[in-house]
Design a protein around this ligand. Sequence first.
Ligand code: OKP
Ligand code: ZN
Length: 333
Amino acid sequence: MRLFFDPRQRAHAPAREFHNGGWTPYAEVPERVDAILAALGPVEAPADAGEAPILRVHDAGYIDFLKTAYDRWVAAGRAGDVIAYAWPVVRRRDVRLDRIDALAGRYTMDAVTPLTADTWTSAYWNAQTALAATGAVLAGGKAFALCRPPGHHAGADYAGGYCHLNTAAIAAQAARDAGCARVAILDIDYHHGNGTQDIFWDRGDVFYASLHADPATDFPFYWGHTDEVGEAAGEGTTLNLPLPQGTRLEGFRRAQGQALEAIARFAPDLLVVSFGADTWEGDPISKFALTTADYAVLARDIAACGWPVVTLMEGGYAVDALGANVASFLSGF
Ligand code: OKP
Ligand code: ZN
């Protein structure tokens, strides 16, 4: 299996995040990739495919915000990382926004995703890693993209949930542009991938299936409910399978089987897997109960379907267990 990663993905390192009424250390630390690299061995650096494949998914104004937010923040006399305090919840529309705080609210969804001087650099190379792995699979091989930061909470024009560029969406769109007629995304991170769902909401050419903690109890709260099935040409190509806290292999595997059956009916040319190891029993911010050995079982079920598969890393915050959990999952292929 070919493994892709660029060291510049480590640079983004906010000091803290705001949730549950206070500041806590940022959970999505660069040491996560060190743990995975130590378990997997040597990786390839991605080629630079430029910004065009990123702009196939993301809004140009949002990309400009990611590139300039930190400098605007410093110019406004602020210390620390960029974080919003007001969000345009109602009647979102394109009004002129000059102040960094206004832009930060417009282009983010939460207070757990601060931006730093290095955010764009890490996000850019993160996307290149996803694209390189996708290209390797389309060329007939097997590949894993060691994506970090994660991507599935980022929408076309917003950051959130530690995510800036939606790597799964960029990979899926690149595969469409390379000639795949239908692409499916299976999201098995603990959290619902609201960004991926939003991006393909009204499209019939990309199927999005997600297993995740019930949004009634877990972030991102406002997406991932069972009645969200897509709209227009995309009606029926979004599938949400929320699961209760405490879910173990049996329940998770049954739901994954349901998702794979739906994907089989869609008959994809490529499957993109958004893989989060935050479903592990000891994850510090999540509440499922999968074991390290369970990941190999889940990956074997996916591999048995026979589609070309590219796996992209999403979450997983128990740094000491992360290497073994990722290695176990990849062993199933
Ligand atoms: C990103 B991915 C606790 C607050 C957690 C945000 C979770 C983002 C998860 N530090 N809220 O889906 O793993
Ligand atoms: Zn997650």
